[in-house]
Design a protein around this ligand. Structure first.
Ligand code: 13P
Length: 251
């Protein structure tokens, strides 16, 4: 049995004070991490505050990006070594907003995944197709190609421990979620690709989230599906009450 994992992706929202208030509110109310992993993905600015707030609790903290080198002359980038040193647990990589607006390539995303593992953290790797690709019926091929490139050179053990998020770009922030049947089908495509690239055991272990307009009102439909092990949530993760409703619904 795979343990559910709910991760909030705050994107570029909230202030340090709001982040602290959020953590103070949720940290002692989340379900046990024996039942569900509850993760907050925050801007780098607030990670230290959040890690300190989360100490001794079961709240886990994720960055939203990092660079693939540990140190050096890379102005404006965030070191995975420094993130791990702070006590950050996960790093979201390959989000469609980073691929689209910041031109991140699969090759860079793959290097980031390796750097995250090398520093003892876990990647939450996003994949997903545009509306054009979806309407052309090419979602599976598109996702398989991303997974193939993004997981290249990783070990079975690494892949078994990481998280993959299927986020159809047309469902992000649009209020237009892929229905649970589509989410299950494409999460299944991801799992099958992992089985082909690695083995069945690895595919059985890797946790796969759906992301795109998930909210407390619809999360149960996704969690009921065989291949969906959790959700990566944007808008509905910004308010403490809503985040708590999501993690409670997922256990
Ligand atoms: P929304 O939940 O706001 O649609 O965002 C999804 C997302 O991009 C999470 O990474």
């Amino acid at each position: 049995m795979r343990k559910p994992i709910i991760a909030g992706n705050w994107k570029m929202n909230l202030t340090a004070k709001e982040a602290k208030d959020f953590a103070e509110t949720v940290k002692n109310k989340i379900p046990s991490n024996k039942e569900v992993d509850s993760v907050v993905g925050a801007p780098a600015l607030f990670l230290e505050t959040l890690v300190n707030e989360a100490k001794g609790t079961e709240l886990q903290i994720s960055a939203q990006n990092c660079y693939f080198e540990n140190s050096g002359a890379f102005t404006g980038e965030t070191s995975p070594y420094a993130l791990a040193d702070l006590g950050v647990d996960y790093v979201i990589i390959g989000h469609s907003e980073r691929r689209e607006y910041f031109h991140e390539t699969d090759e860079e995303i793959n290097k980031k995944a390796k750097a995250i593992f090398d520093n003892g953290m876990l990647p939450i790797l996003c994949c997903g197709e545009t509306l054009d690709t979806y309407e052309a019926g090419q979602t599976s091929e598109w996702i398989e190609d991303q997974i193939n490139k993004d997981l290249a050179g990783l070990s079975k053990e690494q892949v078994a421990n990481m998280v993959i998020a299927y986020e159809p770009i047309w469902a992000i922030g649009t209020g237009k979620s892929a229905d649970a049947k589509i989410a299950d089908e494409i999460c299944g495509v991801v799992r099958k690709k992992v089985a082909n690239l690695f083995d069945e055991d690895t595919a059985e272990k890797v946790r796969i989230q759906y992301g795109g307009s998930v909210k407390p009102e619809n999360i149960a439909e996704y969690m009921a599906k065989e291949n969906v092990d959790g959700a990566l949530v944007g808008g509905a993760s910004l308010k403490a009450d809503s985040f708590l409703d999501l993690v409670k619904a997922a256990k």
